[in-house]
Ligand binder design. Structure first.
Ligand code: NGS
Length: 279
């Protein structure tokens, strides 16, 4: 299929549009390894990144206006590796982007899905983003053809991960990294807010999309390749199956529509916008 026709453009500039770098070549991005850790300010300056992790090409009009939402807690080393890698990657794709890291305050178990909802809600206050990438920081995209922009259908971006030997474990997997337009996300009422602890929230979200008539797409396994950074596996939540089974009843009432949280802190850090939320 023609990827170009599948892309949902945020802007339609009359002239001087940025090239869309879908070249068929895999990425070879090399840069000093620990710069994001040792000196994030220097890295931001070198790459021309504005405070809060914002960037756009200066010599052409980007076709895509993208918010990248990363849920976070307690994985500092991975966060710096991710930042080191992702900025040059996104810049090579000529995107107009901003990165949001949404950290969950201490207390309850991690709620990845609700942090995505918070990130979405805060991002749309900040800018008129058209496209949203929701992704885990342990996933490093390996191919520049895997464009961090939205397709006409919601897209599962990480269908080919090294830990699964670059195979898709099951057809309904919609975890890891996904791309949706603002319209798609609103139509699904975002993610469920009730999935505390590991597992199931992505399966629930996939069902939401299906129920709303939103079919998903994937690029080929050679393009959708990711390398997963190693970490200890979380014990799965015991409530996840019950939450999944009862999920359909809550699609309209549990999500963006009833989202409640408190922003405890909001900082424009050199490589990303940091939001600390009590959820
Ligand atoms: C399923 C989980 C998903 C998870 C997927 C892959 O079993 O949330 O495994 O996980 N669903 C349930 O637990 C109901 S992974 O192997 O990548 O850690 O995304």
């Amino acid at each position: 299929e023609d990827i170009f026709n599948e892309l949902e453009k945020a802007y339609l500039p009359k002239n001087n549009s940025c090239a869309v770098n879908i070249s068929g070549k895999s990425s070879r991005l090399l840069y000093p390894l620990n710069e994001a850790k040792e000196n994030p300010t220097a890295l931001a300056r070198r790459l021309g990144i504005l405070p809060g992790g914002q960037w756009k090409p200066s010599n052409c009009h980007s076709l895509f206006n993208v918010a990248i939402i990363l849920p976070y807690r307690n994985r500092k080393a991975q966060l710096t590796i991710f930042m080191n890698y992702i900025h040059p990657f996104l810049q090579a794709q000529n995107l107009d982007y901003r990165i949001f890291v949404v950290e969950q305050s201490p207390g309850r178990e991690f709620n990845r899905a609700k942090l995505f909802n918070v990130g979405f809600n805060e991002a749309i206050k900040a800018n008129d983003f058209h496209c949203f990438i929701f992704q885990d920081i342990d996933l490093i995209p390996q191919n520049l053809d895997n464009i961090y922009a939205c397709t006409k259908m919601p897209r599962h971006m990480s269908s080919s991960v090294n830990t699964f030997r670059y195979n898709l474990p099951y057809n309904g997997l919609f975890g890891g990294a996904i791309a949706l337009t603002r319209e798609h996300f609103k139509r699904a009422n975002g993610f469920s807010n009730v999935f505390y602890g590991w597992g199931g929230e992505d399966d629930d979200f996939y069902s939401r999309l299906q129920t709303r008539g939103l079919k998903v797409c994937r690029f080929g396994p050679d393009v959708a390749q990711y390398y997963m950074l190693i970490h200890a596996k979380e014990p799965p939540s015991s409530a996840r199956f019950v939450n999944l089974e009862t999920g359909a009843r809550r699609y309209d009432t549990d999500g963006i529509s009833n989202l409640e949280y408190r922003v405890l802190s909001h900082q424009l850090r050199p490589l990303y916008s940091w939001i600390l939320a009590d959820i």
